[in-house]
Design a protein around this ligand. Structure first.
Ligand SMILES: Cc1cc2nc3c(=O)[nH]c(=O)nc-3n(C[C@H](O)[C@H](O)[C@H](O)COP(=O)(O)O)c2cc1C
Length: 152
């Protein structure tokens, strides 16, 4: 049935973001297509992390995370495909609340970790939004048919 999910989901255009945090004194981040808002009151956001790859561990073990919305394809590819230890050497960022905020973000939210729900082979990481900002209008990308596509 995982084949069915893959086959169907590749034809479902999904927004993409880079989630970042600081874990054991190091900046970590990954591209996700599972970011969404979950609740307005309280203000909660979520994404799902692949437990089989250990993608959940930094986000379980840190106080929070930043969701970076970016329309820069290189940045999205860097945080999906480049070696984990190289990623922050390839991008510009500054620290906000002790966590890396990517310079190529057009909007972001800073969230405090609220819950981690392990379901199947993923963990849903839920965060409470502390603050955030949209700095400019994007030319956004979606992930569709296993590729990044520009919307406009
Ligand atoms: C478009 C796209 C969306 C992704 N979404 C997720 C996601 O929601 N959750 C996740 O754990 N991994 C997701 N990944 C994979 C992670 O980005 C990747 O596993 C992570 O950066 C660690 O890199 P590694 O698997 O090479 O160690 C996605 C990858 C791509 C290309």
């Amino acid at each position: 049935m995982s084949d069915v999910i893959r086959e169907v989901m590749r034809s479902f255009p999904l927004g993409v973001a880079v989630v970042t945090t600081t874990w054991n004194g190091k900046s970590v981040g990954m591209t996700v297509n599972t970011f969404n808002s979950l609740s307005l009151n309280p203000p909660l956001v979520m994404f799902a992390a692949d437990v089989t790859k250990g993608n959940d561990i930094p986000f379980r073990e840190s106080k929070g995370f930043i969701v970076n919305l970016t329309d820069d394809e290189e940045t999205l590819k860097t945080f999906a495909f480049s070696p984990v230890e190289e990623r922050f050497k390839l991008v510009e960022y500054r620290e906000v609340e002790g966590m890396p905020l990517l310079s190529k973000a057009y909007a972001y939210v800073v969230a405090a970790r609220r819950e981690v729900l392990e379901i199947g082979d993923h963990a849903i990481i839920v965060g409470e939004v502390k603050f955030g900002e949209r700095m400019r209008d994007p030319t956004p990308l979606v992930y569709y048919m296993r590729d990044f596509r520009r919307l406009c």
